[in-house]
Ligand binder design. Structure first.
Ligand code: NAD
Ligand code: USQ
Length: 398
């Protein structure tokens, strides 16, 4: 298949591009490289030394003989270039990773709230409008988030995208239909993913665009079977207070002896997936879109759920590190239960990798290997969700 990877220079996009290329697909990466510029703006760097995109694809060519094309383009603003690209490439599938993906970054300032909405919604809408305008018959695979469901403790396993509801019609007879699961985003970033869902629903119904929306949990780990083939292929690993995600942050904190930053009670339960499973899921999704109809296919891309405090103690016990309770900068439930269905991806052949199966050790080793690149002053989360959260944190630090 000819596959475009939008956001293919990022943490999930780069190893997915390699994995699809390794499986015989003809891959082109489309990226504005904005994520690298955000690192410069924040004054942080990936834990792992990532090489420029041109070097990455050259290394892949040298190691495997496979070509990966690269197009530098801002999906949110370079609409004409996007339509020209679609017409020239005529892709069979388009995997869309190209959004601002950090909740803390999206809550840092009014300017970054507006940037996140502008970037994410325009990127997604431009893509859909361009697919229809050019008339390419491409399957669009989007990276959404489990966060669209919100974190209320509900007495059901979260379904995959839709909720079947029943209510009385005018004559009092029960009427049943599937609706998008009521969304409860917990940050401006998560809000953009909730709004993306409506864009997909509209373009699937109105124009017959074949769409899969992957509601992915928190990705942990770094390396995949492909990125380990050469040091120049190494994947990004964020640990800072804006872009670092919880488990990868704990691994780095443990490696440098920084007390693990559990927000509040640590009773928050979240869904997780290892990066090696992410790339497999992307391939399973991209290769299975031929028969999709006017209803968006939603698949929960998760393999397990964990409480934040349990993860902290697991890492602390594995590496030997103290655990700290820090004031939670986020407005979120202190405690929640979470369990989600993932039947679609299991049905396509996903064999979940569990946290317990040894991959944690690989991540610990990477965190320890590059510990000298860590700037500990960038570890704390200093993006507060609202004034109340900011003042509680200020009071507690007095
Ligand atoms: P990332 O920030 O590492 O990568 C995103 C890439 O998209 C970057 O290379 C960036 O330069 C590019 N990009 C952003 N806006 C663009 C634009 N307007 N035009 C062109 N390129 C643009 O993020 P990631 O962790 O790889 O996440 C990829 C996707 O997966 C995101 O949509 C995210 O919401 C979703 N996701 C990530 C996680 C996770 O834990 N990392 C979990 C669930 C879902
Ligand atoms: N947390 C801590 N300590 C930390 C960092 C985070 O306790 O040092 C807590 C947070 O308060 C939150 C939980 O850990 O309760 C998860 O935070 P996170 O930063 O790991 O994840 P999140 O903000 O939800 O975002 C990440 C990705 C995002 C993706 C989402 C999937 O950045 O792109 O969409 O995970 S999900 O969480 O399923 O919505």
């Amino acid at each position: 298949m000819r596959i475009l990877i939008l956001g293919g220079d990022g943490f999930c996009g780069w190893p997915s591009a390699l994995h699809l290329s390794a499986h015989g697909h003809q891959v082109t990466i489309v990226d504005s490289l904005v994520r690298r510029r955000i690192d410069d703006e924040l004054g942080v760097q990936s834990l792992t030394p990532i090489t420029p995109l041109s070097e990455r694809v050259q290394a892949w060519r040298e190691v495997t003989g496979n070509e990966i094309g690269v197009v530098e383009l801002d999906l949110a603003h370079d609409y004409d270039a996007l339509t020209e690209l679609l017409a020239a490439e005529n892709p069979d599938a388009i995997v869309h990773f190209a959004e601002q993906r950090a909740a803390p970054y999206s809550m840092k300032s009014p300017a970054l709230k507006r940037y996140t909405v502008d970037n994410n919604l325009n990127a997604t809408h431009n893509l859909l409008a361009a697919v229809v305008q050019v008339g390419v018959d491409a399957h669009v695979v989007h990276l959404g988030t489990m966060g669209v469901y919100g974190y209320e403790s509900v007495p059901v396993d979260l379904p995959e995208g839709y909720l079947t509801v029943s209510y009385p019609d005018r004559d009092g007879r029960p009427h049943t239909r599937d609706i998008l699961y009521p969304t409860q985003p917990g940050s401006v970033y998560h809000l953009t993913k909730s709004l993306d869902q409506l864009l997909f629903q509209f373009y699937a119904r109105n124009d017959g665009v074949r769409i899969t929306d992957l509601h992915q949990g928190i990705v942990w780990g770094t390396q995949t079977d492909e990125t380990v083939l050469d040091p120049r292929l190494i994947n990004r690993f964020d640990y800072d207070g804006d872009f670092g995600t919880v488990l990868n942050r704990f691994l780095v904190q443990a490696a440098v002896g920084y007390p693990l930053t559990v927000h509040g009670t640590g009773g928050q339960t979240r869904a997780f997936i290892n990066i090696r499973d992410t790339v497999r899921c992307i391939r399973l999704a991209a290769e299975s879109g031929a028969d999709l109809g006017s209803r968006v296919r939603v698949m929960n891309q998760v393999t397990e759920t964990h409480r934040v405090s349990d993860l902290a103690h697991l890492v602390a016990d594995t590496v030997g590190a103290p655990v700290a309770a820090v004031p939670n900068p986020r407005a979120e439930a202190d405690e929640n239960q979470l369990s989600a269905r993932n039947d679609h991806l299991l049905g396509l052949g996903l064999e979940p990798t569990r946290l317990a199966t040894g991959l944690l050790k690989e991540s610990v080793e990477i965190a320890q290997k590059y510990a000298d690149r860590v700037d500990v002053s960038r570890i704390p989360c200093t993006s507060y969700w609202n004034r109340d959260r900011r003042s509680v944190a200020a009071e507690q630090s007095r």
